[in-house]
Ligand binder design. Structure first.
Ligand code: HEC
Ligand code: HEC
Ligand code: HEC
Ligand code: HEC
Length: 388
C-alpha cells in the first residue's frame, strides 16, 4: 500500500476534487503523506500526484529509510537526513557500494520511538485543527505502547513479521531476521498493480483473526452479539474510518426460511441505519462546523461514529467489548453471524463517480471482506448457548 499510496485511483480522485473545491488551498497537504518524496523534491511547489515520475510516487524505500527524526506526530512531519545514508534496524550492517547504511532506533521495532516514525503519517490533523485519523494516538493509549522488552509492540512489531533471510545482496551477507514489508491492512490495489492477488490474500489473512466474536442465544428469541478488540494495537477500524464501513450481518431462520435479519442487505451493502437503527455498524461520518454530515476531509470539522476501542491493560477488564442484544421471533431455530468490512463506504465512491473524478469500473472492484473468526452459526439442537 505504500508503493501504491499515490497511484490509488480513489486517492487521485479525492485529491483532484479537493483541489477543485478548495480553489487549490489543499496545496501539498494530501501528497505530503501519499507521495512525500515528491513533496521534498518540489521544494515548495505544488505537486500533482497524477503526473509523477515512478521514483517519486507513493511512500518509497528511499523515504522511509532516510528518515532521521520525527518532527511532529501528525501530517507526515518526518525529517529526511539528506546524507545519502539509509537507516535501518541492523546495528552491524554489511558495507555495500550502493549507499552507506546505519542503525536508527526509529527503524527498530523494539524501541517505542519507532512507532512515531509510522505514526507521523498515520495521524491526520487538518489545517483547521480537526484530528480525523488517529492510529498513532490510539496506539499510545494501549497496553502495547511500552518498550519491546516490557512486552510492548510497535507498529512494526505487529505489521512487519520477521523471518530468516539476507538483508543485503552482497557476497558474505549473513543470515539475519528480515521483516515482511507487505503491511497488509484493509485497502487493496484497485488499479493494475504488482502482487494484487497476494495482497488480497494477505489482507484476508490479517482480518481473519483480528477480532473476537461471540454469538449467544440464551432462550427463545434472545440473541446477544459480542465483538471484542483485544489483539489489535489500536481501534478497529482505524485510520480513514470515515471511508471504512464494518458491520455485523445477522440472519435468523425458522424451519429453513429466513424470518429475521440485521445488516443483511443485498449486494453486500452496509446497513442503512435510518431503516435499521439497531444494526451494528463501525466507522465514522465526517461532519462540518454545523454538525451536518459531509463526505470529504477538506469539508470536515470533526468525525462522529463508533469503532471498537483497543486493549488498555492485560487483565480481563482491559478491553471494552461491544455487546448488542436483539429480540428475534421465538420460532428462530438457526442464527448466522459474520462481520463484513469494506475499505470504502459506497456513498463516498458514488459521490466521486457522480462528480466525474472516479471511474465506475474502479468502484465495482472495491472488495467486501468477511472475517473468519466472526463467522458463527447457532442451531437449536446445540441448546441455548454461546458460540464459539
Ligand atoms: C513505510 C516505511 C518503509 C518502507 C516504504 C520500506 N521500508 Fe524497509 N524497513 C522499514 C522498517 C520500519 C524496518 C525495520 C523493521 C524492524 O526491524 O522492525 C525496515 C527494514 C528494512 C531492511 C532491514 C532488514 C529487515 O527486513 O529488517 C531492509 C534491507 C529494508 N527495510 C529495505 C527496504 C526496501 C528495499 C524497500 C523498498 C522496496 C523498503 N525497505 C521500504 C520501513 C520501510
Ligand atoms: C510517509 C507517510 C507514511 C509512513 C512513514 C508510513 N505510512 Fe503506512 N501508509 C501511508 C499511506 C499514505 C497509506 C495508504 C495507501 C492507500 O491506501 O492509498 C499507508 C498504508 C498503510 C497500511 C495499509 C492500510 C490499509 O488500510 O490497507 C498499513 C498497515 C501501514 N501503512 C502501516 C505502516 C507502518 C507499520 C509504518 C511504519 C513502519 C508506516 N505505515 C509508515 C503513509 C505512511
Ligand atoms: C498488537 C498488534 C498491532 C499493533 C501494535 C499495531 N497494529 Fe495495526 N493492525 C493490527 C491488526 C490485527 C489489524 C487489523 C487487521 C487488518 O486490518 O488487516 C491492524 C490494522 C491496521 C491498519 C488497517 C486499517 C484498519 O482499519 O484495519 C492500519 C493502517 C494499521 N493497522 C496501522 C498501524 C500503525 C500505524 C500502528 C502503530 C501506531 C499499528 N498499526 C500498530 C495489529 C497491530
Ligand atoms: C498524515 C498523513 C496523511 C494525510 C495528510 C492524508 N492522508 Fe490519506 N491516508 C493516510 C494513511 C496513513 C492512509 C492509510 C489508511 C489508514 O489510515 O488506515 C491513508 C489512506 C487514504 C485513502 C485510502 C482510504 C481507505 O479507506 O483505504 C485515501 C483515498 C486517502 N487517504 C485520501 C487522502 C486525501 C484526499 C487527503 C487530503 C485531503 C489525504 N488522504 C491526506 C495518510 C494521510
Amino acid at each position: 500500500m505504500h508503493a501504491y499510496a499515490s497511484d490509488d485511483p480513489v486517492f487521485l480522485a479525492m485529491q483532484a476534487r479537493g483541489q477543485r473545491e478548495t480553489g487549490g488551498k489543499l496545496g501539498n497537504f494530501c501528497v505530503a503523506c501519499h507521495a512525500p518524496l515528491a513533496v521534498a523534491a518540489a521544494r515548495g511547489a505544488v505537486v500533482d500526484p497524477a503526473s509523477l515520475a515512478v521514483p517519486l510516487r507513493g511512500v518509497t524505500c528511499f523515504f522511509c529509510h532516510s528518515v532521521d527524526a520525527t518532527l511532529d506526530l501528525h501530517d507526515g512531519a518526518l525529517r529526511l537526513a539528506g546524507d545519502g545514508a539509509f537507516r535501518g534496524p541492523i546495528a552491524d550492517p554489511v558495507a555495500t557500494q550502493a549507499h552507506p547504511s546505519m542503525y536508527s532506533s526509529l527503524h527498530d521495532r523494539t524501541r517505542a520511538e519507532a512507532a512515531s516514525a509510522c505514526g507521523a503519517c498515520h495521524d491526520v490533523r487538518m489545517p483547521n485543527g480537526a484530528d480525523l485519523e488517529r492510529t498513532y494516538a490510539e496506539w499510545t493509549s494501549t497496553v502495547f505502547a511500552v518498550p519491546g522488552a516490557a512486552g510492548g509492540k510497535t507498529c512494526g512489531g505487529c505489521h512487519m513479521p520477521g523471518s530468516q533471510g539476507i538483508a543485503a545482496s552482497v557476497p558474505g551477507a549473513p543470515t539475519r531476521t528480515v521483516h515482511d514489508h507487505t503491511m497488509a491492512g484493509l485497502d487493496v490495489a484497485l488499479s493494475t498493480f504488482p502482487e494484487a492477488a497476494a495482497q488480497r490474500k494477505a489482507v484476508q489473512l490479517s482480518l481473519d483473526s483480528a477480532l473476537s466474536a461471540k454469538l449467544c442465544v440464551a432462550g427463545p428469541g434472545d440473541v446477544e452479539v459480542t465483538l471484542e478488540n483485544g489483539r489489535i494495537g489500536h481501534a478497529w477500524p482505524t485510520g480513514a474510518t470515515h471511508d471504512r464501513r464494518a458491520w455485523v450481518e445477522l440472519r435468523g431462520f425458522a424451519a429453513g426460511a429466513e424470518v429475521w435479519s440485521r445488516g443483511a442487505l443485498p449486494n453486500d451493502a452496509p446497513p442503512d441505519v435510518s431503516s435499521e437503527p439497531d444494526a451494528i455498524v463501525l466507522g465514522r461520518t465526517l461532519v462540518d462546523t454545523e454538525l451536518q454530515p459531509v463526505k470529504f476531509l477538506w469539508e470536515a470539522a470533526a468525525a462522529r461514529g463508533s469503532v471498537l476501542a483497543p486493549r488498555v491493560s492485560a487483565g480481563i477488564d482491559g478491553t471494552r467489548p461491544l455487546v448488542t442484544r436483539y429480540v428475534v421471533p421465538p420460532s428462530v431455530d438457526r442464527v448466522t453471524m459474520r462481520v463484513r468490512v469494506t475499505p470504502f463506504a459506497p456513498d463516498v465512491l458514488d459521490a466521486l463517480v457522480a462528480s466525474g473524478d472516479l471511474g465506475a469500473d474502479v468502484r465495482a472492484r472495491v472488495p467486501v471482506f468477511t472475517l473468519a473468526s466472526t463467522t458463527l452459526e447457532w442451531t437449536k439442537d446445540r441448546g441455548y448457548a454461546c458460540l464459539p
